[in-house]
Design a protein around this ligand. Structure first.
Ligand SMILES: [Zn+2]
Length: 359
């Protein structure tokens, strides 16, 4: 029988809670005094304050102490239901390692499940169907081939798009522009933008035909425009657009009152597959709450990728719409923000006045 000495075991348990460590599931449970709920270490609910946490080796002990089972991580259910996570992660890795588009039944067979059950499980865990996920991977391969200077047709074929007349249409849809425009740094494409002011300073919102491709915050309009020009150096920039003035108003409204949300602003999200996964996870952080880089890493099934997650947050081009301001260090202190740490502080404060949804 193992005993904890001098709180060392307690420290290790706390680490497991902070990092949502799946491998610690079954070793212990933790209760949160302020909510009266107990969880497994891997639970993705908001990390509690350490001082409010009580550890239990047995589930029965947690319940005897008056804690109720969390509805999210279901510590009252058998542990083998948690293996679902590992199977989905394995499937993601398998899909990502392939050069061609797999069939649903192939992926399911790879992890030993039938297609129907696997699809449901995958969707529940990732928010995407396996085929949507495979398609995101294929889009990323297409970008890699085009950026390496390969021809449009050979890039599309190499990325796993089927041959035939649909090839170019599919590639266009995947990129939001024709592949040759993408490869050439999008000359001739039109980027519309508008500028506004809010309590955080100047706001710039810009969009392609696909949707919003930049939301940035700064001290002066000149600074924001210069950045936009650098990023889309061969595109035609068109200002004073009424549609974008409306989007700016929406962003300004969000800063004033985060409860308004950003509605269904269409977003043109451009990044690597990994960045897109991180950004999707960020969009799942409810208004009024924060998450740590470690939690986001665990959320996308890559608990060791904490530094890479921080990198993806820093690469975010869509302030507020992809709420990287809700990511803080594991000790809840503020880390860097692309648009200035003071703005991050103001945003978190404004949002914390909003009651979060309780899981
Ligand atoms: Zn839980």
């Amino acid at each position: 029988m193992e005993h904890d000495h001098c709180g060392v075991g307690e420290d290790r348990r706390w680490q497991a809670v902070v990092t949502n460590d799946v491998s610690a599931d079954g070793d212990f449970f933790y209760g949160v005094r302020t909510t009266g709920i107990y969880c497994r270490p891997s639970c993705r609910s908001r990390t509690p304050r350490q001082k409010n946490v009580v550890f239990f080796t047995e589930r029965a002990a947690a319940e005897a102490a008056g804690f109720r089972a969390c509805k999210r991580c279901r510590p009252d259910r058998p542990l083998d239901m948690r293996r679902t996570d590992a199977r989905v992660v394995r499937a993601c890795r398998w899909i990502a390692a392939r050069q061609e588009m797999p069939q649903l039944r192939e992926i399911a067979a790879e992890v030993g499940l039938n297609s129907f059950y696997f699809q449901r499980l995958f969707k529940r865990e990732t928010g995407l169907t396996p085929m949507q996920y495979a398609n995101v991977q294929r889009q990323a391969r297409l970008r890699v081939h085009l950026s390496a200077g390969e021809g449009v047709t050979e890039s599309a074929l190499a990325a796993g798009y089927g041959s035939g007349e649909h090839l170019h249409a599919q590639a266009d849809a995947a990129l939001g522009m024709t592949p040759s425009a993408y490869r050439d740094g999008a000359p001739g494409s039109v980027i519309r933008f508008a500028l506004g002011e809010c309590t955080l300073g100047c706001v710039l919102v810009a969009g392609s035909e696909r949707g919003i491709c930049a939301i940035s915050l700064g001290d002066t309009p000149e600074e924001l425009l210069a950045e936009l020009e650098r990023r889309f150096d061969r595109a035609q920039l068109v200002g004073d657009d009424t549609q974008f003035a409306a989007h700016v108003a929406r962003v300004v409204g969000f800063v004033t009152d985060p409860r308004q949300g950003l509605g269904d602003l269409p977003l043109d999200i451009r990044g690597t597959v990994f960045q897109q996964r991180v950004w999707q996870a960020l969009r799942r952080i409810p208004v009024g709450t924060t998450a740590s880089y470690a939690q986001i890493a665990a959320d996308i099934g890559l608990p060791r990728a904490v530094r890479a997650v921080a990198g993806a947050c820093a690469a975010n081009k869509l302030a507020l719409a992809i709420p990287c301001h809700r990511v803080v260090r594991s000790d809840a202190s503020l880390s860097g923000y692309r648009w200035g740490i003071e703005r991050k502080r103001v945003l978190i404060d404004a949002e914390s006045a909003v009651t979060p949804d309780i899981d």
